[in-house]
Structures are given as structure tokens and as C-alpha cells.
Write a protein that binds this ligand. Structure first.
Ligand code: SAH
Length: 401
């Protein structure tokens, strides 16, 4: 097996991260490639400078992450059974988590955390949405699809491999139905007793942000009697929960008219009235300034912006954007008001994010205390050997002046 495979040799010293089971090998770590060209996604053996086999991974000459490891064992064979077993393991682990009982939707596969770099699988009822983001995942596409269908017994499977990182990996966008038939009018997601319509085919990402499930529930528990501003609301996940928790009014802000239309549908599906909701379609940065100038105040401000820093090189620019939006949000807080603020940028660590929010509070001239640290939901597990899998961080803060 080893002999038949192409291999790469890494520079001396670069085996350290592999010994810690970190699954990425960057281009700079590669000293030699057995034979070029190696088709993208092919399995290669990874050898130390001394010629010892350290495991196998998926090779991609077009990516800065040259190899993504499948296994750190020289004995394990990376074949269809291997991939099927990884899919099976992930799906079976999810069935033990509380999120398997809190509704009908779950992230079933979360990429490196499940030993399947570049494979994301979300379940919305009996409809599944698969997203492949690496050459290795593309290479095993058919096996993955068959395994997913077999392990989940889903009614339909849609692929949304049109991620905004495809150009960094040299991958072509692909989206469409892979199995069954598309639900005619979207899928109904139930989450902690609330209903949300998910239309994955034209939506953002897989169609619904499951990573915020617990934080949406938290919102429900703190919203009673509050005027809520839900910025970057998408399909209204936080706002619907706030109303369920007794908020007096919610204001929704998103730049996507489609998202706002879906949000108002979700409001209605859960029995909330139009007069409890104000929607603004536009740029949240401008809108917050306008709210501030009009002296409008809110008791709970939620800021859940998109990834401002998709890669680490954009962190500085992202930090400025996070600071600006948080400063504007803080200025709109009523005395004693709550700020729930997030960053889903992998490149922005929690300490950095906390510092950014601290700077924003200083500039806004307000004193805030953190009352809760917030994270991605448990079906987006963080692999201990791969800290990059922790991407969503949030702070719940209270204004004390
Ligand atoms: N809170 C949501 C997820 C937010 S995703 C939930 O729980 O489901 C980020 C949202 O920000 C998207 O809906 C996107 O349309 C919106 N968006 C992106 N840039 C924006 C901007 N400058 N102003 C307002 N909304 C924006």
C-alpha cells in the first residue's frame, strides 16, 4: 500500500505538529514530493526527513494547506471503508448529544473535528445538506454521499459545495440535489419548540446557523420585557426566541431582503404579530449610527455579523470592523442594557475579541461587565488537537452605568 502511493517528505522538525495530531501540513513544511503532478485530493504518504511514515493525508498542490491528514497511523489504510467508518462514527456520536433531542436538526459532521477535513453535514429534519470544501473531500465525494445516505436514512440530500473558500483550494463550485427530491417549500426546522423554515438551495451556507442554537435559547431566557435589536438577523433566529421569551418588541436588521422575508415568515409561523416587529433592510453599520443619532435605545442588542476575517491575514481589518460595530451597538444600549456580541472569524481569538469589545466600550464611553462567555453549539465540537475548530465566540455583557 505504502509503495503504491505517492509520498511527500517534510522538512526536519516539521513532524512536531503531526506528533500532536494537528491535521494540517503547510506548503512550507514540504521538502520533497515523490512525483508531480499528484492529482488534487489524492492520498499521499507523509514521511519524515528520516523516511519514517507518519500517516496519510489528502494532497492539494493548489492549497497553502498542502496536505490534510486522514490518519496519523502508518498502518491504517485510507480507502472507501475508512471514509465510511469516519462518517458512521460522526453520525453515531451526534446521536448521543442533547442536541439530538432538542429538535430535528443537527450538524452531523464537522470537518477536522470528526476526522473528515472539508466535510460538513447538516440535518434539517429528513433533509440533509452536505458541504465539501477540500480537494480530499471532493476526491471521496461519492463514497461520502453513499455513506451519509446509508447512515442517516435521510429522505433527501443536497450538496452545497459553493463555499467562498473554494478559490483558495482550486475547487469548482458545485450545488444541487444528490438524492431524493427537494422539499417543495423548504424544510421545517424545530428548535427548542420553535419553528424555522430552511430553504437551503439559494440560502447562505447550509441554510440555517445551527451553531447558535444554545445562544438563541439563552436569548429567550433573558429577553422578558425587553426592547431587542437583532443586527445581522438572517432568518430571525435570535429575534423569534426573544419574542418567545417575552420581549416587548424586536427590531431586525439585515442586508438581505430574502433573509428578512424569511424572518417575517418565521415570526408568523410561531404566532408573533407584525406589530411586535420592525425590519430594516440595509447596512447594519449605517443603521446603528442612525439609531444612535435618533437617540433610540435598546435593552438587548445582538450583534452576530458574518465572518469579517475569513483568513488570518485579514485579522487587522476585521478587528476594526468588529470594534466599530460593537461601539455603535454599545451606544444604543439603554441603562443596564445587555449586549450579546459574536465573532465567527477563526482568526480572531477570544482574548482578541474581548479586547476589541473592551476598546469599543471605552470609545462608547460606557462601562460593561461580561456575564457569560458564549460558544458554538456542542454538535460543532472542538477537537483538542485542532484549536482552529473553535471559531464562534461570544460575550454577553451588561452595561453598569
Ligand atoms: N444571527 C443569525 C445568523 C447571522 S449570519 C442566526 O442566528 O441565524 C450573518 C447575516 O449578516 C447574514 O444574514 C447576512 O445577510 C447579514 N449581513 C452581512 N453583512 C451585513 C451588513 N453589512 N449589514 C447588515 N447585515 C449584513
Amino acid at each position: 500500500m505504502t509503495l503504491a502511493l505517492p509520498y511527500i517528505v517534510i522538512h526536519k522538525g516539521r513532524e512536531k505538529s503531526l506528533a500532536r495530531k494537528h491535521p494540517w501540513l503547510f506548503a512550507s513544511a514540504v521538502a520533497k514530493v515523490s512525483s508531480e503532478p499528484i492529482p488534487p485530493g489524492s492520498t499521499v504518504a507523509v514521511r519524515s526527513a528520516e523516511g519514517i511514515c507518519l500517516g496519510y493525508g489528502a494532497y492539494n498542490a493548489k492549497s497553502q494547506i498542502r496536505v490534510r491528514m486522514w490518519t496519523f497511523s502508518a498502518e491504517e489504510m485510507v480507502d472507501a471503508d475508512f471514509v465510511r467508518n469516519r462518517v458512521k462514527r460522526a453520525v453515531s456520536l451526534r446521536s448521543t448529544l442533547p442536541s439530538s433531542r432538542s429538535g430535528n436538526s443537527q450538524r452531523l459532521i464537522f470537518s477536522e473535528s470528526d476526522g473528515l477535513p472539508g466535510v460538513i453535514l447538516d440535518r434539517f429534519g429528513s433533509h440533509l445538506v452536505l458541504q465539501l470544501t477540500t480537494a480530499g473531500a471532493f476526491h471521496w465525494r461519492d463514497v461520502i454521499i453513499q455513506a451519509v445516505i446509508a447512515e442517516t436514512g435521510c429522505a433527501s440530500l443536497e450538496e452545497r459545495s459553493d463555499s467562498d473558500t473554494n478559490h483558495l483550494e482550486g475547487l469548482d463550485d458545485w450545488k444541487g440535489l444528490r438524492f431524493g427530491s427537494l422539499p417543495t417549500d423548504g424544510t421545517e426546522v424545530q428548535e427548542h419548540g420553535l419553528l424555522f423554515k430552511v430553504r437551503s438551495e439559494n440560502s447562505q451556507k447550509t441554510g440555517f446557523y445551527l451553531d447558535q442554537r444554545d445562544n438563541r435559547l439563552l436569548t429567550r431566557s433573558i429577553a422578558s420585557g425587553k426592547r431587542v435589536l437583532d443586527c445581522f438577523c438572517f432568518t430571525g433566529g435570535f429575534a423569534v426566541n426573544a419574542l418567545k421569551g417575552g420581549a416587548t418588541h424586536v427590531t431586525l436588521v439585515d442586508s438581505s431582503a430574502d433573509a428578512l422575508a424569511a424572518a417575517s415568515e418565521n415570526m408568523a409561523a410561531n404566532g408573533f404579530m407584525e406589530d411586535q416587529v420592525t425590519s430594516y433592510c440595509g447596512n447594519a453599520f449605517e443603521l446603528l449610527r442612525r439609531e444612535r443619532d435618533a437617540n433610540r435605545q435598546y435593552d438587548l442588542v445582538i450583534l452576530d455579523p458574518p465572518k469579517f476575517a475569513p483568513t488570518t491575514s485579514q485579522v487587522e481589518k476585521a478587528a476594526r470592523a468588529y470594534k466599530d460595530i460593537n461601539m455603535q451597538g454599545i451606544k444604543c444600549l439603554a441603562p443596564g442594557g445587555l449586549l450579546m456580541t459574536y465573532s465567527c472569524s477563526g482568526g480572531v481569538s477570544l482574548p482578541l475579541f474581548q479586547k476589541i469589545v473592551a476598546d469599543a466600550a471605552l470609545d462608547a464611553g460606557k462601562e460593561l461587565q461580561i456575564i457569560r462567555y458564549l460558544h458554538q453549539a456542542e454538535d460543532h465540537p472542538i477537537h483538542l488537537a485542532f484549536p482552529e475548530s473553535e471559531y464562534l465566540k461570544g460575550l454577553l455583557c451588561q452595561a453598569i452605568d
